[in-house]
Design a protein around this ligand. Structure first.
Ligand code: HEM
Length: 501
């Protein structure tokens, strides 16, 4: 066991150290939040009936022909018994030659069943929407048959996640393969989808681009996680991988630099969303990733036949909000979110992450709070450290700002539907968090004494920071003032246009 594992028991450095059958989302500093081994593409032959339906299902199949969802035939096929109930087969997903559960295989089964589940439940909405985009989505199917509900609920119980299509275990992070595995994830062109609803099996399609861009970003999270761990251990005066001779502040700066380097690449990859996935195409495949909670398509929830005492269930839909990049930085930087119902949704999203991600984020949240990361940064009197912290906050801001641009250009321009796929209110939820980051940035400059320094007319040698840092900090903070005003104006306008309080 390396020292990183001693300090952070939820984290491994090297995937090859992990025993077979572990949760694929066990975090390593090599693969970050991606599964530590490549996702399993196909289930054993006992699941052939399911695999066959998955191949037949997409609106555009891999062979270029129209699939079941194109002609709204999936529901009738399932209702006529094309898919046997294979719940008992989930228990047979074992590591060969042992009695140990193969959690990678269970995750692949979860992914596959969740694709069929969302297709089945939302197929009528796709039919309504494609007949006339102004009609909205109409109603989804209110009952999930036992042949889907049984195995899906069973896999979810084993994985300890909600039994509905999720960001990590279904739609994005467990839904790809590499054309040339030895070349890794760096090259976007090497990524392909395993499952898709619309045209995603064509790697040039917008659906593929939407999902693969997430994967391309998450592939860079190893350094981010390592930086976060370094930073916490530096503040705890327990550096493990950095020079022991170093004082806490220098060690903290090294940790922050790792975070900044990783975020630079992550944000560059994020920016390529605009070309990988066109705004005009988003509304189509998006139809299939809605959830049940707060959605007009499921006013009375969904009954999972034979499960949960046949009582209606409500689950949130697939959303990048269940990604762990930004929550890690939120926790590490101790960003105070306003106590309101919008922040309650942010907290609720936590349940939808894989168990290892949840445990790691909880650890970071509690450790950052115990150590007082924010106090350490602002109270150090070291302006270089303050500016590095500010730069990390500025990455959170720009990530969320670009996100607000995505939401504006891919969603708000095309629909009046009031809730996002995860069930949050489309106009107000993202701005709630974006505003909180910008508020904190202003407070940090005040509490650290940086704001007084930045009031100087120009940089001089008497100031306790370099000229480059002075200019950078000024630019960052003047941008915050501009963006804060722009955000408030835009949100107010959208609220007025849509009669929202
Ligand atoms: C076209 C691109 C995208 C659009 C239209 C979009 C849309 C949205 C929307 C509407 C939400 C609100 C939550 C909900 O679903 O209820 C959200 C949240 C979120 N998404 Fe995306 N997203 C996009 C790309 C991405 C990418 C590439 C990532 C990278 C991992 C990502 C990560 C997140 C995160 C972290 C949140 C929570 C934000 C916060 O805490 O303030 N999204 N997204």
């Amino acid at each position: 066991m390396s020292s990183v594992e001693t300090l952070f028991p939820h984290l491994r450095k090297d995937p090859s150290d992990l025993p077979e059958g572990e949760d694929p989302f066990t975090i390593t500093t090599r693969n970050g939040y991606l599964p530590f081994n490549l996702p399993l593409r196909t289930l054993p032959s006992a699941f052939d009936a399911l695999t066959d339906i998955l191949h037949q299902m997409p609106i555009l199949k891999e062979d270029g022909n129209a699939g079941l969802l194109a002609t709204f035939e999936l529901g009738p096929l399932i209702d006529n018994g094309a898919l046997p109930d294979l719940t008992h087969e989930i228990d047979n997903l074992l590591i060969p030659g042992t009695n140990k559960r193969d959690i990678a295989a269970v995750t692949a089964a979860f992914r596959d069943y969740s694709f069929v589940a969302s297709s089945y439940l939302l197929e009528p909405c796709w039919e309504t929407y494609s007949a006339n985009k102004d009609n909205g989505y109409g109603l989804g199917r209110p009952v999930l048959p036992i042949c889907i509900a049984g195995p899906l609920a069973k896999c979810a119980e084993i994985l300890d996640i909600p039994p509905f299509m999720s960001y990590a275990a279904s739609y994005a992070l467990y839904n790809y393969y590499l054309v040339h595995p030895e070349q890794g994830h760096k090259d976007y062109e090497n990524l392909r989808l395993v499952r898709a609803f619309e045209k995603g099996l064509d790697p040039k399609s917008s659906e593929a681009g939407f999902i693969l861009t997430h994967i391309h970003m998450v592939a860079e999270t190893g350094g981010l996680i390592e930086g976060a761990v370094n930073l916490l251990s530096a503040i705890d005066s327990k550096p493990y991988s950095i020079d022991r001779e170093m004082d806490d502040i220098s060690a903290a700066k090294k940790g922050l630099q790792l975070i900044l380097d990783a975020m630079q690449i992550i944000e560059t990859n994020m920016e390529s969303m605009w070309k990988n996935s066109l705004p005009k195409d988003y509304m189509a495949y998006r139809t299939f990733i809605y959830g049940i909670t707060k959605q007009s398509m499921f006013p009375d929830g969904v009954v999972y036949e034979g499960q949960f005492d046949n009582k209606p269930q409500f689950f949130r839909g697939e959303s990048g909000a269940n990604d762990a990049i930004i929550p890690l930085l939120d926790h590490l930087c101790e960003i105070p979110m306003p106590p309101n119902p919008l922040t309650d949704i942010l907290v609720e999203f936590r349940e939808y992450r894989p168990k290892p991600h949840r445990e790691f984020l909880k650890y970071v949240r509690e450790t950052s709070s115990r150590l007082g990361v924010r106090r350490f940064m602002t109270g150090s009197g070291d302006m270089e450290l303050v500016i590095q912290y500010l730069r990390v906050l500025d990455h959170i801001r720009s990530f969320r700002w670009r996100h607000w641009m995505f939401t504006r250009e891919y969603i708000i321009k095309y629909t009046l539907h009031p809730t996002a796929t995860g069930g949050s209110p489309i106009i107000t939820w993202l701005p709630n968090q974006l505003d909180a980051v910008m508020e904190l940035m202003e407070k940090v400059t005040q509490d650290s004494g940086l704001s007084i320094i930045l009031e100087a007319e120009a940089w001089s040698e008497k100031l306790p920071l370099s000229e480059a840092d002075f200019i950078m900090a000024r630019n960052i903070m003047s941008n915050v003032v501009t963006k804060k005003a722009q955000l408030r104006k835009e949100v107010a306008k959208y609220c007025q246009d849509r009669n929202l309080a």
